[in-house]
Design a protein around this ligand. Sequence first.
Ligand code: ADP
Ligand code: 5GP
Length: 198
Amino acid sequence: MKKGNLFVYSGPSGVGKGTILDKIMEEDSNVYRSVSATTRSPRPGEINGVHYYFMTEEEFYDSVGKNEFLEYVKTYNTSYGTLKKDVEDKLSEGKDVFLEIDVKGALNLKSAGVKAVYIFVAPVDISILRERLIGRGTETLEKIEERLSISSWELSKAKEYDYLLINDELDKACDELKTIIKASRLLIRNFDLSKYKW
Ligand code: ADP
Ligand code: 5GP
């Protein structure tokens, strides 16, 4: 079976990454969001194995020792990591796998030469992030400020990515992401050229 594409998908907290990807996944069953491991506690409604694998520090660093992560970072005093097995299994099934990960993790993958389509989601105006995070209502004001404090640094790294999605109008951003996914399916590295009579 043809392998799926790997997408590395980042942007500042509150920009709308999750909202855009949720909408895409409603329409395209071939798109899969990788389930990361984290040491943070679940928010109301978050389910172990669905939103994250919630781990203790000990369990997390045990997995680090066993080389089970494709990448991991410690941020906001919490560790997050992408599990190799989850990603590899889904890619082999032909799924388009999205890693919704922070900028540090994404740049680590890029420096390690991991072949992926790197997508950055940005707002038109940085001030919208605070409004969206307050509107989402999932973090305390202290946690929101903590997240906002790194937004400018994150935005300064957008140019390291392949594609930029400006999330102003949600439907437009979703259409643009669909276009990127479609185009990625035509990347020459995904073709078995020996099949053609050239
Ligand atoms: P992220 O996953 O990047 O942290 P979310 O997807 O959780 O961000 O979005 C943060 C908040 O902004 C949510 O309440 C969401 O409904 C809202 N939001 C997302 N995209 C838009 C948009 N284009 N316009 C207005 N609000 C948006
Ligand atoms: P949250 O706590 O809001 O779910 O996520 C906080 C940040 O951690 C977000 O920027 C999210 O993309 C990032 N994140 C989630 N999982 C991973 C992961 O596996 N690796 C890395 N590097 N970042 C992650």
